[in-house]
Structure formats: C-alpha cells, structure tokens
Design a protein around this ligand. Structure first.
Ligand code: FAD
Length: 382
C-alpha cells in the first residue's frame, strides 16, 4: 500500500483522528443516510469540532492554519472508509475561494462558521444549459442600487439542498464571456426568490445531496461579491481549479485503495475448485496490477501535492492528475468487483457502491475530455 513520504508524525496523528471519526460517526450510518439521500448536520458539527473542516483555514478565521496535506489526509481517509459522498471536498473548496480572494471582512464573516460546520457550503457553477463551457453561464447578477438582482438556475449542485452558503458563478456583465463572470457569496437562509428544486436521483453517491437551485429576482448586497472587483470570477476559478482537481484525485486514490483492501480480504476467504480465489494465477496477476496502479497513482498525487505547496503546480499537471486518477479508480474498482463474482454486483457488498460512486468522478470537476483538452492546449503552446 502507498507510503506517503510527506506524512510526518502530526499527519499520522491527524489521520488517526479522522479515521476514528469516519469509523464511528459515518460508516455505521451509511445505510440510513443512503436511504435519506443526505448526511445530517450533526456530522458536520462533529467534523468541525475535531478540526477536520477548518484544518487548513487561517488561524485568524477559526481554522488550524495547517497545510493542504491535512486535507489530503481527510480525503484519503474518507475514501478508504468507502465513502466519497459526504460533501467535505466541495465545502472545503468553497472555503478556500473565500480564503484566497475574500476581503478581510468576508473572511471574518464566513470562514469561522464553515470551520465549525454551522454553515455548509456549495459551489454553484453548472446550469441546465451549460456545464463544461463555463463562460456560457446565463445566471445573471445585475447591479441595482447597492444590491445585485440575481436570476437563473443551477443544476447538479453537491450539498445544494442543505447549503447555507453558495459560491455562485454568475454574469455581472451578461454581454461579455469570461470577463463578465463574477463569484458571489449567497447566504440562502430566508432568502426571497431563492428555492431548492429537485433533489436529484443518481446512480451512485446516493448519500450526497445533489440539487437544482433557482433564483428569481434574488437580492444580494454588493458586498457579497467575492473580492473587490467584478469580472474576476473566471480568473478566480482558474486559480482554484487545480486544488479542486487534486481533491478529486486524492479521493480517487483512497477509493482505489479501499477496493484493493476489500478484495484482498474477500479472495483470501472465498473458495472455488477447492482453492482460495487468491490462489488462481489470474487473481494474483490482476491484484498485482491493481496494487501497482495504486502505488503509481499515489506517487503522482504526492508529487502534485508537493508542487502545489511550492506554488509550482500547473493547470495542465492538475488536469493530468484528475483524469488519470479517476480513470485508474474506475479501472481498479472494475477489476476488483470482477473478483467478487456475482456478490460484487449485490448492493449489500460495499464494492458495488464503490463501483457506482466512482463513475461520476470522470464527469464532475471538469470532464476528463476537458482535462485532456487543457493538457493538449499546453502542449500546443509555443
Ligand atoms: C453527482 C454530480 C455532482 C456534481 N456537483 C457539482 C457541483 O457541486 N457544482 C457544480 O457546479 N457542478 C457540479 N456537477 C456538474 C458537473 O461539473 C458537470 O456535469 C460537468 O462539468 C459536465 O457538464 P455537463 O453535464 O453540462 O456536460 P456537457 O458539458 O454537456 O458535456 C457533455 C459531453 O461532451 C463533452 N464535451 C463538452 N465540451 C467538450 C470539448 N470542448 N471537447 C471535448 N468534449 C467536450 C464532455 O466531456 C461530455 O462527455 C456535478 C455533476 C454530478 C453528476
């Protein structure tokens, strides 16, 4: 199994806390929450109390001021526990936008609540008419006195049904493309004109609440514009997307590792033709390949994390991490599921959930085709 050389004593201690949190507070409730289609608020509050949510937020704003390595630990432990549905990753990304681009007032206003888990965050980019082509968003935020008047709708929004805070991608200048995009923080509580639409039914990630959001003449103070200037949204997105892609990559890695561990346990128990499934050469070779892929993926993700820390991670490399990790995750889980035979297809076997959860990783956070396009653009640059 991967040996993350960046992990020091403090990372191992943090990993132990996180592992216990998932084992005691999440895993035993998976079945119930999968039925409910959401994870209840007290779980967020507990994660806040343990320092998991705010680990990497600045100390002045309710966080622990630690490096992104600690978020990588959380993502790995969550996935190794068999879950990629709890919306920690999205919550964390939204907070990092505020940390990176917010004014001091904005950070003081919103980060402490996100660190404690009193507030849950979501990122609302995708619309029914546009996903990959972010510059084509139609949701508008038009100045009216000291407010923005917001109209439009969003879809597929992770944490959407429960979010108290939305990082909304909207056009403050609908006549412009990228330069017309701004990020606006929307506090959803008792907000006239705002409504949550359908809670979407999905093939996987069933514990995660994914929703449609509607805005009809919603009024938001101008002071909720992220940063000090309109039209910076696209730039802000491009700056933060590499971290979003690593978040997906680390959960892909943890999930692949989880599949391998589950499968090893199964094939050493299950017997056919008088032997353990593990004793067939095909099983041994398949699992040798899987273990190799997991270790290579870990090495690449660790390299990306170091580069991120040094401010050297390029958009292209982050795109490589996103497509490669999620492709590998899907391949690994598919190979592992096969070794469970028919049981692998049964919902009561967690490997089947890993399989259905994994598929979306190649789609969100920028589809894998868009990732390859970004990499190719870099290759084609003189
Ligand atoms: C479970 C789930 C959770 C999500 N969570 C969020 C969230 O929290 N916030 C949010 O804003 N969004 C979220 N999304 C939306 C997700 O990011 C989009 O679905 C994704 O970006 C793709 O957009 P689209 O669905 O409109 O597909 P489209 O853009 O319509 O793409 C359709 C197909 O065309 C391909 N394609 C498009 N453009 C190109 C191109 N230039 N070159 C080659 N191929 C191309 C795509 O790769 C894809 O295969 C979520 C989606 C799901 C399913």
């Amino acid at each position: 199994m991967p040996n993350h050389l960046w992990m020091q004593e403090e990372h191992h201690a943090f990993a132990e806390t996180v592992r216990r949190f998932f084992a005691e507070d999440l895993v035993p409730n998976f079945a119930e929450w999968t039925k409910a289609g959401t994870i209840p608020r007290p779980v967020w509050a507990k994660a806040g109390k343990l320092g998991i949510l705010g680990a990497t937020f600045p100390e002045d704003y309710g966080g622990l001021g630690l490096s992104r390595h600690f978020d990588a630990v959380t993502l790995l432990e969550q996935a190794k526990a068999g879950d990629i549905g709890w919306g920690f990753g999205v919550h964390n990304i939204a907070a990092h936008y505020i940390s990176a681009f917010g004014t001091d007032d904005q950070k003081a206003r919103w980060l402490p609540g996100l660190a404690t888990g009193d507030k849950i965050a979501a990122i609302a980019m995708t619309e029914p008419g546009t996903g990959s082509d972010l510059q084509a968003v139609k949701t508008s935020a038009i100045r009216d006195g000291n407010e923005y008047l917001i109209n439009g709708s969003k879809t597929f929004i992770t944490n959407g049904g429960s979010a108290d805070l939305l990082l909304l991608v909207a056009k403050t200048d609908p006549t412009a493309k990228g330069r017309g995009v701004s990020l606006i923080i929307v506090e959803t509580e008792q907000l006239d004109g705002y409504s949550v639409g359908r809670r979407l039914k999905k093939m996987g990630m069933k514990r995660n609440d994914t929703a449609e959001l509607n805005f009809a003449d919603v009024r938001i103070p101008l002071t909720n514009l992220l940063g000090a200037e309109e039209g910076q949204g696209f730039y802000q997105l491009m700056k933060q997307l590499p971290w979003e892609r690593l978040i997906i990559g680390f959960s892909a890695l943890g999930s692949a590792q989880c599949a391998l561990e589950m499968t090893l346990e199964y094939v050493k128990e299950r017997r056919a033709f008088g032997k353990r499934i593990m004793d067939f050469q095909n099983t041994r070779f398949k699992l040798a390949e899987v273990a190799t892929k997991v270790d290579i993926l870990a090495a690449f993700m660790d390299q990306c994390l170091v580069e991120l820390d040094l401010g050297q991670l390029t958009a292209e490399k982050a795109a490589m991490a996103k497509w490669w990790s999620t492709q590998t995750q899907c391949e690994v889980i598919d190979e592992c599921l096969q070794l469970f035979g028919g049981y692998g297809y049964m919902s009561e076997y967690p490997i089947s959930e890993l399989y259905t959860d994994a598929r979306v990783q190649k789609i969100y956070g920028g589809t894998n085709e868009i990732m390859k396009e970004l990499i190719a653009r870099g290759l084609d640059r003189d």
